[in-house]
Design a binder for this molecule. Structure first.
Ligand code: DCP
Length: 230
């Protein structure tokens, strides 16, 4: 698989002794993570790691996302284990700029999605145990750098509407109740801190705003992210 890596300011290399300031962009399905990352295309000093979803839709020609939605009992385990691998690849990627922005992380895969399908019974407890052991092993043995989490907080009804409008074929069966549960898991993880571990400070942005207003909201995070480049 390959993850899209958009590198700006190529000639400028990191000081090798200093790791990049690393930001995870998190939020429900359809909350605007890709749009948020695109906003930061204009800035120097940032490497954007985007669109792992394209890798999930084409693994040697297999659309794992589609298989997972069509038959979750059979494919959710396979899908989530591949998501973890692509996330680990992004975490480990050496990037040439002082700032690294990532779409999602191993943490949201574990604490939101795997948690969700464990709780709703899609995963057999034994399958859950295997995924959880993988997560713990990686967490304990591989340094996962995190300095800031940008949480695009969105109402489930609004993301439901956006998902219908964007009409990604695999997602047409996603019900509102699924997005409500995922929303609650994001909130428990990032706001209430009652689920798993929150590995960095959280900046909450209002992701309910529509495209005409959202740029102003994104700008609220610019200072916190860009000041790390100096
Ligand atoms: N997905 C999943 N399990 C994960 C991660 C994602 O089942 N651990 C699914 C949910 C979506 C699809 O993958 O159907 C893509 O979800 P994302 O939220 O990662 O990406 P979006 O494209 O929805 O993000 P946005 O619209 O915020 O840009």
């Amino acid at each position: 698989f390959s993850v899209t890596v958009k590198v700006l300011n190529l000639p400028k290399m990191n000081n090798t002794s200093k790791r990049p300031f690393t930001v995870f962009v998190e939020g429900n399905i359809g909350s605007g993570k890709t749009t948020f990352l695109e906003h930061f295309c204009q800035f120097e000093d940032i490497t954007l790691l985007t669109e792992p979803v394209e890798a999930w839709r084409n693994l040697k020609g297999w659309n794992l996302l589609d298989l997972m939605y069509k038959d979750p009992a059979k494919w959710a385990m396979t899908f989530q284990s591949y998501v973890s691998l692509t996330m680990l690849d992004m975490h480990c990627k050496v990037t040439p700029t002082p700032i690294k922005l990532m779409e999602r992380s191993l943490y949201s895969a574990r604490y939101c999605f795997v948690e969700q399908i464990m709780r709703n019974g899609t995963l057999h407890p034994a399958q859950f145990a295997v995924l959880d052991e993988w997560f713990r092993f990686i967490h304990n043995h591989i340094p996962i750098e995190a300095d800031l989490i940008v949480y695009l907080k969105a109402s489930p009804a609004i993301v439901h509407e956006r998902i219908k409008q964007r009409a990604r074929s695999e997602e047409q069966c996603v019900p509102l109740s699924y997005l409500e549960s995922l929303h609650k898991l994001h909130e428990d993880w990032l706001i209430h801190k009652t689920l798993g571990e929150c590995p960095a400070p959280v900046l909450v942005l209002d992701a309910d705003l529509d495209l005409s207003e959202i740029t102003e909201e994104y700008k609220r995070s610019e200072h916190q992210i860009l000041r790390q480049a100096v």
